[in-house]
Design a protein around this ligand. Structure first.
Ligand SMILES: *Cc1c(COP(=O)(O)O)cnc(C)c1O
Length: 478
């Protein structure tokens, strides 16, 4: 398997890839309710894949060498600008994904205001990509609790957290974990009053919400919003690898552009973090958005939204289950009562062919199940609800998963900052997760592991999961 000295025949390469793909969650079919987005439109998928292949080798590094890519990028930015009410004079860039868009928004804000120790003010519900930006870019994240009932950002508390060092305030439309839209007008106003930038993270909602009636405005129509991110590889249903970051003015964007003539090679000139940049995802996004069209997206948004509301209504009627907060978009967070636990429900759903994403408890919030609903799930809503009902019933019959008290005591005594490899190996052994060669052996049912993590504070969760990642990503043994 690992030998690559001799050429492998094409059919064997493809058969092996198919075998490997069989290990994965299905990316199509509407039963994987996180990570993937399925329009259910075979034609749009096909034209996207053709465009992806056609431009896979093209390089966005130099827009004068590949003017097709520049044209497609400008077209996509214009399309997004129309959806997001961008004013005359706006500018934008296509990036590799939501995280890159957010990193660039934070970078632009940091470079846009000279402060020796810059910070940004975020609701605790903001996507972890902002915490990654904080870690990468040296911008302190000042986290502000959300309203405990609505789970939306609290503008008064955010205003109180702003100080001299603040370069950016953040709102979500909607938040990933709970699917609610923050009070963008109030947050943008507090930023504008102080001359600070305000980023709206519409990575997941930006292609859906413009087609729905939302109570809260959140686009550039709101005065004070300076940048908005929207991922095309989510609800524009395009192949992975494209997001768009828009700025109200070209001047606001200028602080994330980069040039270097200070080496003997070509003058480096980039609008985003990537330098060599495949034309494939961009061309695919261009093709899919053209093929579906705004009327098509309005219909897909309506279908996904109706599915979300139907599942929410049904979930509230399932004994032991409840919707955490009324959804503003096409995302759902479901919680259980004490008769069972969300992690076992997730395992039971997987056995019934559905992937729902466990979210660990956080602050006063219970563990939840996250569901991202795409249009392709709409025809199967009844089946999903039946299976959810059965899954919860099975979880109730099993009762809440318990963490072994000895193991809990062991974890309780660990300082995450001091956790080394030997300590981590000891935990794996005690938890029954150690494979023969010291590797990690994950069970097929994950409720026990999730409950264990859930019992740990966030810093220990991070340390443990970094240990997991380190063990999982090692070269294939020869
Ligand atoms: C998905 C998402 C991101 C991060 O985007 P990636 O494409 O995964 O890098 C950021 N914010 C929100 C609200 C998201 O849903």
């Amino acid at each position: 398997m690992t030998g690559v000295k001799a050429a492998m025949p094409t059919d064997e390469v493809l058969a092996t890839l198919r075998m490997l793909q069989g290990l994965d969650l299905p990316a199509h079919g509407g039963r994987t309710l996180a990570y993937v987005y399925d329009s259910g439109l075979a034609d749009a998928d096909a034209v996207g894949l053709e465009a992806l292949a056609m431009f896979a080798g093209s390089n966005g590094l130099d827009p004068t060498a590949f003017p097709s890519l520049l044209k497609m990028e400008n077209d996509l930015v214009a399309l997004a600008g129309g959806l997001l009410d961008a004013p005359d004079g706006f500018a934008g860039s296509a990036t590799s994904g939501g995280t890159e868009s957010i990193l660039l928004a934070v970078l632009a804000a940091r470079k846009g205001r000279d402060h020796p120790s810059p910070s940004m003010v975020l609701p605790t519900s903001a996507h972890a990509a902002f915490l990654k930006a904080a870690a990468y870019l040296g911008v302190r994240a000042v986290l502000v609790d959300v309203d405990p009932v609505t789970l939306r950002a609290d503008p008064a508390a955010m205003a109180a957290a702003v100080d001299d060092s603040t370069v950016l305030v953040v709102a979500s439309a909607p938040s990933y974990a709970h699917g609610v839209i923050d009070p963008v007008p109030e947050i943008a106003a507090l930023a504008a009053a102080r001359g600070i930038r305000c980023h709206v993270d519409a990575c997941i909602g930006g292609w859906v919400l413009p087609h729905l009636d939302t109570a809260t405005p959140w686009t550039f129509a709101v005065e004070g919003v300076t940048s908005v991110s929207v991922d095309l590889h989510k609800y524009a249903y395009t192949p992975k690898g494209v997001s768009v970051l828009l700025h109200r003015t070209a001047a606001l964007r200028s602080t994330h552009l980069f040039a270097s003539a200070n080496w003997p090679g070509y003058t480096m000139l980039n609008a985003t973090m990537q330098s060599t940049r495949s034309g494939g995802p961009l061309a695919a996004a261009w093709a899919v958005t053209r093929r579906i069209g705004l009327d098509g997206y309005a219909e897909l948004a309506r279908r996904a939204r109706e599915a979300t509301l139907a599942i929410a209504r049904a979930a509230d009627g399932i004994p032991g289950l409840r919707v955490l907060v009324t959804p503003d978009s096409t995302l759902l967070a479901l919680a259980t009562d004490d008769s069972c636990d969300a992690f076992t429900v997730a395992d039971e759903m997987l056995e019934r062919g559905w992937y729902v994403q466990p979210q660990l408890s956080f602050g006063n919030l219970p563990p939840t199940l996250h569901l991202t609903l795409s249009a392709a799930t709409a025809p199967a809503v009844d089946e999903l609800v039946d299976d959810l009902s059965d899954a919860v019933a099975a979880a109730r019959a099993a009762g809440p998963v318990r963490v072994d008290p000895g193991l809990a005591a062991l974890l309780g005594g660990i300082d995450p900052a001091a956790l080394d490899d030997a300590g981590f190996a000891g935990i794996l052994g005690a938890a029954g997760l150690a494979g023969a060669d010291g590797s990690l052996a994950l069970p097929s049912r994950m409720a026990g592991v999730n409950a264990l993590l859930d019992a740990c504070p966030p810093a220990l969760r991070e340390a443990l999961l970094l240990g997991v990642l380190d063990r999982l990503s090692r070269p294939t043994p020869g």
